[in-house]
Write a protein that binds this ligand. Structure first.
Ligand code: MG
Length: 219
């Protein structure tokens, strides 16, 4: 019985997600679902991305957070539209939350919508929010065992960012093993090794994002 209830929840979410995606697509928007653990650097990556790309792309952000608006405040300082969603304890965003948030954005004035999901390696991967692409951030300090322990969020990703690369010499993180494990789960995702602190590798991430937005604009 419980399995059936869960199936129904996912079915309802998927049908709303389909509508959200159509809504975004018809405005030529590329929507990215940005996922990863608390503290892996999602918001910092987002801040760098906005600084690097805001002169060439119209960017908007939806911030998912359990209770606070700390991340939305950080994004707002970069001068792009940002909508805060508080899930009040809920461990992920869902398509209905995004649909409501979109009413508060000028969709005609957006090329790239980045949705920062709640920090969590499990639930966000299960709920489609109407995005066109998914990016999962894994930081060096989390340990290289995470891809095999939480395979869904890595399997479903179109891009995987290995963040905090500058900390590699100070940890026991086995970089080659991590990449090997990620490739066992997901052979096609764009893999970017980066450090938001030093800026290393971020150009590859920006290029990947530019290409997605360009592809979407032609849809
Ligand atoms: Mg954050």
């Amino acid at each position: 019985m419980e399995i059936k209830v869960m199936a129904n929840i996912l079915e309802v979410n998927d049908s709303i997600a389909k509508k959200v995606k159509e809504r975004l697509t018809c405005h030529g928007i590329f929507a990215l679902n940005l996922m990863g653990s608390p503290g892996c650097g999602k918001t910092t990556l987002l801040e760098h991305t906005i600084s690097a790309l805001k002169s060439e792309l119209k960017i908007a952000v939806i911030e998912g957070d359990l209770y606070t608006d700390k991340d939305a405040n950080r994004i707002e300082k970069h001068g792009v539209p940002v909508i805060q969603i508080n899930t009040v304890g809920g461990c992920h965003l869902d398509a209905n939350m995004i649909n409501i948030a979109l009413d508060q954005l000028d969709l005609a004035a957006i090329d790239l919508l980045i949705i920062e999901n709640v920090g969590n390696l499990v639930c966000p991967a299960e709920f489609n929010v109407g995005e066109h692409g998914r990016a999962t951030v894994l930081s060096i300090t989390e340990g290289e065992d995470k891809p095999l322990k939480y395979p869904l969020i890595f399997r479903e990703a179109d891009a995987i960012i290995l963040n905090k690369l500058d900390l590699l010499p100070f940890t026991d993180f086995n970089y080659n093993a991590a990449v090997e494990d990620i490739r066992k789960i997901n052979f096609t995702a764009k893999l970017v090794a980066a450090s938001c602190r030093t800026g290393e590798g971020l150009d590859h991430w920006y290029d990947w994002l530019r290409a997605q937005v360009k592809k979407q604009a032609r849809c």
